[in-house]
Design a protein around this ligand. Sequence first.
Ligand code: BGC
Length: 440
Amino acid sequence: MPRGTYFFTKDFLWGTATSAHQVEGRNENNTWYAWEQEDGRILEGHQSGLACDWWSGRWREDFDRAQAGSQNAHRLSIEWSRIQPAPDRWDEDALDRYREMLVGLRDRKMTPMVTLHHFSEPFWVAEMGGWENEAIIELFAAYVRKAVEALMPYCQLWVTINEPNVFAFSAFVDGVFPPGKKDLKQAELVLQHLVRTHARAYHVIHELQESARVGAAVNYRGFIPATWLPGDRIVAKVFSKIFNDAFPHALQTGVFDVIHKKQSLPETADTQDFLGLNYYTCDKIRFSPFAPGRFFSRQFFPKGALLSESGTIAHVPGGMVDAVKWGHQFGVPMIITENGVDDGEDDLRPQYLVEHLHALWRVINNNYPVEGYFHWTLVDNFEWERGWTQHFGLWGLDRETQARVRRPSADLFAEICRTNGISSEVVEKYAPDALSKLFP
Ligand code: BGC
């Protein structure tokens, strides 16, 4: 069997990604807190509670872990409801705390990437109609101005909105995120507001910081027609156009093209300096006359693919290649802003990690411009409507004691970050099932 190492490019960013509501704890003034108080919204009635207790300062020990694991970057998000707890009030203490975290990253020689919206907004914004009211564009711009003014000495890489596509679908098609609606028309309107909000924020950030690099993190999901029947091929195309393409296409061209209408939004053209790509899994898709609420489609995982613990992610590393090739059409460099798998036992994660990274290495070696990789996630955290039932961390979390429990994948990822590559020794040690595939 051949021996060797797949090396990544010089200055490649290696890190993990987290989000405020999922790790901070005691976030009690946003849409998710309110959602968690309602019966039946979160699996097993779970609540975010103390989460990973970052707000009291435990980010320090987790950043130490990331640093000891040779990560040279970290993606975190800041919480709008903390910075602007009421329409007419800014909380300078909250900004100080975020400033401390960013300085904490700098001290550990880790490049920060800051996300400005990751699925949650202040409750007062929701009371004004949230994402259905176009007033959110200016409200968000004011928050971004305040936050970026305070934090720009410590950060140049900004993600305006995390997964606008997942957010619009989960909150307005599937109804599993607040405000829990199932209304395709509203979903389309919300996506359009998300596009315009991003574009406005893009310009605000650049006005304040010339050296800023601004993008959004889009979730790419491959939709593979189940058969060659025209119905299956059409729904795959339609779904991909709405879910994957609509948002970044508008940011590139200034044209918002969904189902009902093509709209010209010239102010949104050329508003991304990089494309953040979140890739987890892909689906087979089939035409179904019985699913009007899901664009007449039914989705399922490719036959034979290994599944994650909760069965919500299929292990399809080739999808990483498709994701990057797809992302390339938008004409800007890419950063993998999320990729990971729920696996409390760490059975599948080592294989998932090395096979996805090897797929990424392949496309990078074909000259596709990818600048970094952020694994989801550092420590198990609050998984939205799935509560604490899913375990995405390189480290587990004992919620009673707040103790972190190291998984073998933490060491595997550390070796990859330390050497800037995937070696046959490391694969043999941590993911022997992948050895013959990666080093045939
Ligand atoms: C989201 C994360 C989430 C992860 C795993 C992504 O879609 O951005 O917040 O925890 O998926 O479910």
